[in-house]
Design a protein around this ligand. Sequence first.
Ligand code: ASP
Length: 344
Amino acid sequence: MNMNKKKVCIIYTGGTIGMVNTKNGFAPKKGYLPEVLSQIDDLYNESMPDWDIIEFEPLLDSSNIAVEQWNQIGHAIADNYRDYDGFVVLHGTDTMAYTASALSFMLEGLSKPVVITGSQIPLSELRSDGRDNLITSVMIAGQGVAREVCLYFGSRLIRGNCATKSSADGLIAFDSPNYPCLAEAGIEIKYDMPHLMHQKDDKMNDTEFHLRELKQVSIGVLKIFPGIQFDLFEPIMTEKLKGIVLETFGAGNIPSTDRSLLHIIEKAFRNGTIVTVCSQCHSGTVKLGTYETSAALTKAGAVSGYTMTTEAAVAKLYYLFSCGYTRDKIKELMEENLRGELLK
Ligand code: ASP
């Protein structure tokens, strides 16, 4: 037995990778994936780390994943943290970028790789992309170079909280529009060392590894569109929601002919709601104040999401509210880079 062999824990939550065709369409099947993995010889290759698998009960289509399951995944990692060199989370692609973002905040003081992956074609079908996604993710988790939450898909390793699902059917299904890929897996896995998270960049670096459970917080995402009638949204924005991600035009613009949104934001802010401004554009940054149409947002109390994806902004709101910070602290931290999720 090779005592220096790395050990990786595979956490299987569900998703296409382990699904089988049923009369109602693809669905996960208990016990199926561990059985398939036991038949993939490459997973037992000498250069592979040793691995174990934890199968969730019930297995989920990731459209059904929310705070409770994020906490379950977080616990699966935290409870096994000392015993493994890295973790691979097998997950459906639909909400993978949200889960990657959530885990990046929840796993405070993380110093081991957590690689989230899945596939567009199940392992049970011809031409499955699951095989490479899985094998390479296990290698990356064992190598211990990218010691952060990342997402591996279609030969690219992406920072988890910078990822977004960009294709419903392509095998390169995720992009990192505002941050370089952390590694490319060609003949070799080539890491982009300067862009990896270094422990000194992590604001939680001085804390020992620790899981921050998320709480159910009422969060909403509102996409601005031409002709939007803001007054229809007033009751939920000012009374129901604690955090709002506003998907605005371009660099953070909203229509300025209708002033009601600003009154709504002011009122929401007074009530303790945090309104975060993100962009509908996939790449580039929000710059409040560049145009008259965005300057008013800052005055009304909204915060800039800069380059954050909507997925990261939603997860960060859950996280900061779960930490129990005051409204002013949350407002301040939303604009700070905590885990490499935003560039200013
Ligand atoms: N609906 C599936 C899921 O997210 C899609 C996938 O895994 O690709 O669980």
